[in-house]
Ligand binder design. Structure first.
Ligand SMILES: [Zn+2]
Length: 282
């Protein structure tokens, strides 16, 4: 309990600052993502390795596009009644808030969870991010640098422009990879793109960089738009090995309320909650 209070003391401060900074920072959030291949080599890879990836993949044309692309993992193999709750923190002008009700509930109930965190959300909530990363119940993974669909040729999803070259795919993964590693001393092993869209070439590039690409089997809150009953109904329909996708950055949503309804029902059914770490992803 002590830990929870200290977390939310800083959360309140950070959230207070954050609403202001979101308003003031909006224009700069859309910073240019166009970088030349020679100036933006990823530091989590050696320059040599980055150049090899650029050379190898820029000749390849993607044949698949979407959320269910070859190589994307959507569930994990288990013989137990286990499911994984994953929460995206997307960042950006309308996505850098903190769902305190949600984090309070997860910590109070000690529910192991996996957080996919975007670089922009980390920038707006750095202190809180480090506190969350220090909580054993939270596994921190990579939700991209600019929150873009992962494409080698600029395809978009849900009106969000995707990356448009092999180099941009590499940067979208590695810049946030480096940020998280620096702040937490732990290197993410999983990646989920902004919008959860990919082409097949980009998924292979992610694997080359050393991250598995993880989507979901349960659409837990539909971009934080579900009512609490819709969240509850989506979650309680879980089967062993399901991965639920929800959001931790929309405090006005009913995600936390739906989760609070679903967790006791799932526990009664014999389910437990696991992180994605060391799971056999499929
Ligand atoms: Zn997101």
């Amino acid at each position: 309990m002590k830990k929870t209070r200290s977390l939310f003391l800083s959360t309140l401060i950070l959230t207070g600052c954050q609403s202001q900074s979101v308003a003031f920072h909006e224009p700069s959030a859309e910073k240019s993502i166009v970088r030349s291949e020679t100036t933006a080599l990823a530091s989590s890879l050696s320059n040599q390795r980055t150049l090899e990836i650029l050379a190898e993949y820029k000749k390849q044309d993607p044949v698949e596009w979407g959320e269910r692309v070859t190589g994307v993992k959507n569930r994990f193999i288990t013989t137990n009644k286990e499911i994984a709750l994953t929460f995206d923190a997307c960042g950006g002008p309308h996505g850098s808030d903190v769902d305190e009700k949600l984090f309070t509930f997860l910590i109070d109930q000690q529910i192991p969870s996996t957080l996919f965190v975007n670089s922009r959300w980390i920038d707006e909530n750095t202190g809180l991010f480090q506190e969350l990363a220090a909580e054993p119940i939270f596994q921190i993974e990579n939700h991209g640098t600019n929150h873009q669909p992962l494409s080698v040729n600029g395809r978009s999803a849900w009106g969000i422009m995707g990356t448009s070259s092999v180099n941009e795919v590499v940067q979208e993964i590695t810049q946030n990879q480096d940020k998280i590693t620096e702040l937490t001393d732990k290197k993410p092993s999983l990646f989920r793109s902004g919008t959860a869209y990919y082409d097949d070439v980009s998924v292979n590039i992610a694997n080359e960089i050393g991250v598995e690409v993880v989507n979901y089997t349960i659409l837990g809150d539909a971009g934080a738009t579900f009512s609490r009953d819709q969240v509850k109904d989506a979650l309680i329909a879980a089967s062993p090995g399901d991965i639920a996708l929800l959001h931790a950055n929309q405090p006005a949503s009913e995600t936390a309320e739906g989760l609070k309804l679903a967790v006791p029902i799932l526990k009664k059914k014999g389910y437990s909650f696991v992180q994605l770490k060391n799971q056999n992803l499929q």
